[in-house]
Design a protein around this ligand. Sequence first.
Ligand SMILES: N[C@@H](CCC(=O)N[C@@H](CS)C(=O)NCC(=O)O)C(=O)O
Length: 229
Amino acid sequence: MSDLVVYGSPVSPFGRKVEATLIEKGIDYDFEAMSFIEPTEEFLTISPLRRIPIIRDRSVGTEGAQGTIADSSAICGFIEKKHPEPALYPADSYQYGRALFIEEYSDANLAPIAGGGIFRSIFFSLMQGKEPDVEAARKAWHEKLPPMLTYLDSQIEGEFFFGGQVTVADISVTCTLMQAMLVAEIDLSPWPKLAAHMEMMRQRDSIAEPYEKAEQFIRNALPERISLA
Ligand SMILES: N[C@@H](CCC(=O)N[C@@H](CS)C(=O)NCC(=O)O)C(=O)O
């Protein structure tokens, strides 16, 4: 049994961000499915914001809220302190602050559109036995995402957001954009640096392995990605 257990779902981009962080660092972890849709007593105890993912450090506590942390950004910061190598945050103080900002930009700005606007409009409708809300997804893709993608494209320095090092910023943006790619055809070619970044990141085991689990789940309900053209 590992010290660390992640509670959540591979379908959550925030859960995959936490898994990617652990995989990049080569840390063993356990995974336990937990849903916010049918909340258990345990979920209500360990997730004050009623969200997934949550992590538990069993060396701190094995029951109740003791040993648990909710929120992917808090979790990734905790993992970095517990297992500093390889570092997933820039050493330079300014770059460190910038990496936190890109992470927050992705979690708070991009996720509601790529996840809420595209993924949920299509997949949650299907799960409720309704037709996918393709119009809402199209609006998100054509009207809301482009300025965000233009901003992110402008922030990439070379291979990664910050020089030669994969950081939490690369992981967050990739996991979030890939949420839209689970259900829709997403063409990033108007943003060439972001497109190249995505291609490079999705080859990494840390991104590919959790995404593969999400993909298996989604393809059962939605065999083909939807065109938003
Ligand atoms: N800021 C949180 C966001 C987590 C989040 O929104 N998770 C979604 C699943 S992807 C959730 O649990 N949503 C609960 C709901 O919609 O009620 C984090 O970074 O962990």
